[in-house]
Ligand binder design. Structure first.
Ligand SMILES: Cc1cc2nc3c(=O)[nH]c(=O)nc-3n(C[C@H](O)[C@H](O)[C@H](O)COP(=O)(O)OP(=O)(O)OC[C@H]3O[C@@H](n4cnc5c(N)ncnc54)[C@H](O)[C@@H]3O)c2cc1C
Ligand code: FES
Length: 273
């Protein structure tokens, strides 16, 4: 008999890493490995509270343990943030299509993240870095509201030092500890120096940021088919059944959540919650 797709697997919470004041990474070990592609998401259950969708931020080459970075924002995420290692969670998935990594082969990949939007992109970065010889160049551009909200700051130096990788970061509002760039993430796109024709853009972040990243990229000469956006809207079933997440004929849980802008650009609600 086919397995019930709504029934979660048990997963042990192995480790909790405080990334920023509002974001923690939860490392879980499901009772069975969950193979996933970069950009696919899972539904994580806090028993007695509810479930919510998250895209693993860990390497897709490791199916036995998943890292999931979570911004504290409401009922499920508040409860998650209170948990200590050792408890049992539920997890089902993976869902969605994930990033078009094969299409990106041989190309430059411009990865643009905002705030907690770097979390889903980190699984893509793991994939790109582990297979770097298949890509021309990986350009990572990241922005956060202030220095305390920079996710994975401990890894930035190592990313920037990798062959065929460039990394740049900015904050909207600096503090006394910050001597880096100041401004929204699109300011980093003004000085890219990339061969636009040979580059794909992949972006994840707040909807307002995605809108301005898309506009900036179009102004730089990117065509809509070169732009992929992670649209992490509210979801429920994750299976294309409940109708909570569609843009036109596309269900973001099934056809996305990473969508080629060419497919969705003519729908009015692309950048609405
Ligand atoms: C495919 C997908 C992948 C995601 N990946 C991540 C991830 O890796 N890390 C992460 O921190 N979050 C991620 N999210 C967002 C995460 O699912 C929501 O923050 C979570 O569902 C909120 O649940 P809650 O019960 O804590 O908040 P609720 O009590 O349900 O809501 C609290 C507030 O958050 C808003 N909210 C709820 N869901 C969303 C959403 N999907 N997008 C924007 N605002 C929302 C509500 O409108 C409300 O204002 C992802 C969402 C999707 C659909
Ligand atoms: S979440 Fe139910 S249709 Fe997409």
């Amino acid at each position: 008999m086919a397995e019930n797709p709504y029934r979660p697997l048990k997963a042990e919470l192995l480790e909790v890493i405080q990334e920023t004041p509002t974001i923690k990474t939860f490392v879980i070990r499901p009772e069975r490995p969950i193979p996933f592609a970069a950009g696919q998401f899972v539904q994580l259950t806090v028993p007695g509270i509810g479930e919510a969708p998250f895209t693993p931020s860990s390497s897709p080459s490791v199916a036995e343990e998943l890292g999931i970075s979570v911004l504290r924002t409401g009922r499920v995420t508040d409860s998650l943030h209170e948990l200590e290692p050792g408890v049992t969670l539920g997890v089902r998935g993976p869902f969605g299509k994930g990033y078009p990594t094969e299409k990106l082969e041989g190309k430059t990949v411009l990865v643009v993240g905002g705030g907690v939007g770097l979390a889903p992109l980190r699984s893509l970065l793991h994939h790109l870095f582990e297979n770097i010889n298949s890509y021309e160049h990986v350009a990572v551009r990241y922005g956060a509201r202030d220095p305390s909200e920079l996710l994975y700051r401990r890894e930035f130096e190592a990313w920037g030092e990798k062959d065929r990788v460039s990394f740049d970061v900015t904050v909207d509002v600096p503090d006394e500890s910050w001597d880096g760039k100041v401004g929204v993430v699109t300011t980093l796109l003004e000085e890219l120096g990339l061969d636009v024709e040979n580059t794909y853009v992949v972006s994840c972040g707040p909807l307002i940021m995605l809108r301005f990243v898309t506009l900036a990229c179009l102004n730089l000469g990117f065509r809509p088919e070169q732009i992929y956006l992670s649209l992490n809207r509210k979801m429920s079933c994750g299976l294309g059944k409940c109708g909570r997440c569609n843009i036109g004929p596309y269900y973001l849980c099934k056809d996305g959540p990473d969508m080629c802008y060419e497919k969705i650009k003519d729908y009015k609600d692309v950048f609405s919650a």
